[in-house]
Design a protein around this ligand. Sequence first.
Ligand SMILES: Cc1cc2nc3c(=O)[nH]c(=O)nc-3n(C[C@H](O)[C@H](O)[C@H](O)COP(=O)(O)OP(=O)(O)OC[C@H]3O[C@@H](n4cnc5c(N)ncnc54)[C@H](O)[C@@H]3O)c2cc1C
Length: 464
Amino acid sequence: MSEQTGAPVVVIGAGPVGLAAAAHLAERGVDFAVLESGPSVAAAIEEWRHVKLFSPWRYDIDSAARRLLEQSGWIEPDLAKLPTGGDLIDSYLAPLTKTPELNDRIRYDAQVVAVTRVGFDRIRTTGRDAAPFLIRLADGSELLASAVIDAAGTWRKPNVLGGSGIPARGELEAEGIAHALPDVLGVDRDRFAGRRTAVVGAGHSAATTLLDLGQLADEVPGTEIVWVVRGTDQARTYGGGEADELPARGALGSRLKKLVQSGHVELVSSFRIEAIGRTGGRVQLTSGEREVVADTVINSTGFRPDHDMVSELRLDLDPILGSTRALAPLIDPNKHSCGTVPPHGVDELAHPEPGYYAIGAKSYGRAPTFLLATGYEQARSVVAALAGDWEAARDVQLDLPETGVCSSNLAYGGTADEAGGCCGPAPRAVEVSAPAGRGLATGISGGLLTVIEDETTKSSGCCG
Ligand SMILES: Cc1cc2nc3c(=O)[nH]c(=O)nc-3n(C[C@H](O)[C@H](O)[C@H](O)COP(=O)(O)OP(=O)(O)OC[C@H]3O[C@@H](n4cnc5c(N)ncnc54)[C@H](O)[C@@H]3O)c2cc1C
């Protein structure tokens, strides 16, 4: 960190992890500022405030944040309860921003568009580490920083619908595409009631939206649901059921499995979206000779980090995930085995650019398995290092819920074939022709319904 600059540490993003970093900086007496692109705290979570978390409160509160809140007469929520995104903001993050330590440190409507070093592009080396960081905002203003903690999350950069990682033909111009996790039963109800909706993706957000649409279909006749996935096996999406130690997470998958088996949802598997167009005023998804047509398509394919704004910094990114290389093997959902994510901190998060750290959801790159508890420990470790307390920085601990199946089942994204890692006994999936039933296979050529049998079989390719 270029301490001689006298500039503050700048935290990008006032989400839960950025604010945790701010709380640790405040506790350690390090000068800091937080820049938040939205008009209020946790603007990303604000967009999914209606969604219930699967982690109870005891995993959702950072230790330094708790200490600051307790000094301000905060009443702790019931730690066993599951908050919604809105609860997280109203009962935790918003009060945290009102504490004297954070109150005047957060700038809203402050979107960071570029970070570099004053007088240095990515190529120049001599004297680089002593130069302060230069941060440019969308309004053209600039500020200096002695170090940058990038907790910008990934919410603003959804994955593309195109099945090959680049936008499908016509995707960028397409109308009728919705961001993940619309409030189907609340403010967005009219958009979906009595209409046909295709949900693309196989992670938690897809599952959450499908279940809400299922409830809407019970209430409003004519509501049709199509679930479009690239893979053939939904076992990972259905997750660990009762074996999952976060019961809410297990229950989500089990309820989805029941909903699909009940025939309320058309499941279109092995559908790699190649083109998106319009037909008869509706959205048309094409995969080879097959088509899915719907009034609205919800993109629940997960998110990716935005590294563009820091492209003049020297980053050492894992070529697959876009996390740091050191972190990638610890979180890789392609081969990540069961159990907890190993504790990690400043050493795993460091780039060749001293003083720049991405933490929180952004640190995981495209791995869809991030948990708040992990981010809070990252924040604690990085801040300790910036304060020069390397002993504390390297004493990383993590108290994650053990899961009986796999912590990466049913993640909030649809990548990695398609919902994260796997291991242990998993229900066996077989493909059969879709039986006639409510809403099934209408207008879908070659549509198949994947039925999950009760019998279990050892899944391959995971857990060593
Ligand atoms: C629906 C949903 C449910 C989840 N449930 C759980 C759960 O139960 N348990 C769990 O542990 N994890 C859960 N997660 C995963 C994860 O904990 C959350 O995504 C969490 O919000 C990540 O926190 P963050 O601070 O890293 O990022 P975010 O919450 O995304 O915060 C990033 C902030 O940065 C701001 N920002 C973005 N770009 C810029 C910029 N260029 N300049 C300035 N500001 C910027 C954003 O507006 C936002 O406020 C869930 C995720 C989702 C999407």
